[in-house]
Design a protein around this ligand. Structure first.
Ligand code: AMP
Length: 191
């Protein structure tokens, strides 16, 4: 399985990505998590990424694409992977197509979690209080939502046109949402 998880910041992508990836026995690859790990370790990549992340901006495509390319070349991703938070721009879509075509595989599905704007902001503020993430301040939360609408939302149409899109209601208990995603994916596998 080669899957993409999309959805605005606060839609619960990370939580669901991990559960679904475990279910399929594939790694959940979160670009946000890889960036944060690099920030913590103080690597060159982390220092570069932090400047953008703290402001709620996207890390430049060249940096992000190379990181994903290296990650999906790793042994555990040969049989499949679930990308959480990548691609986020049209240029990243092209780059990912190239990476997947090169290996002779194809994307199986793109899961997009839908959550309305008020609920998103409420969730992000609550996460800011419990996790204390540096990019969960009010201005940054707003900027990240804006950027999602501008740069990432258009990808939904790209994947819809390719017949890969599975739109799933992201409101509800974690287990309920997981079930919706797995149901949507079982339809994909059958068709
Ligand atoms: P996330 O944990 O997915 O919300 O990502 C946290 C931050 O990492 C984002 O706000 C961006 O600054 C950066 N980031 C994660 N994925 C990408 C990507 N695909 N392209 C550019 N920046 C990204």
């Amino acid at each position: 399985m080669r899957l993409i998880f999309m959805g605005p910041p606060g839609a619960g992508k990370g939580t669901q990505a991990q559960v679904v990836a475990d279910r399929f026995g594939i790694p959940a690859i979160s670009t946000g998590d890889i960036f944060r790990a690099n920030v913590t370790e103080g690597t060159e990549l982390g220092v570069e990424a932090k400047r953008y992340m703290d402001a709620g901006e996207y890390v430049p495509d060249t940096v992000t694409n190379l990181m994903v390319r290296n990650r999906i070349d790793e042994e555990d991703a040969v049989k499949g992977f679930l990308l959480d938070g990548y691609p986020r721009t049209l240029a990243q879509v092209d780059e990912l197509d190239g990476m997947i075509n090169y290996t002779g595989h194809r994307l199986d599905a793109v899961v997009c979690l839908a959550v309305d704007a008020d609920e998103l902001v409420r969730r992000l503020f609550s996460r800011a209080q419990t996790e204390g993430r540096a990019d969960d301040t009010e201005d940054v939360i707003r900027r990240r939502q804006e950027l999602y609408l501008e740069q990432t939302q258009p990808l939904v149409e790209v994947y819809r046109k390719r017949g890969l899109l599975c739109e799933v209601d992201g409101i509800g208990e974690v287990d309920e949402v997981t079930k919706r995603i797995l149901d949507a994916l079982s339809n994909v596998q059958e068709s």
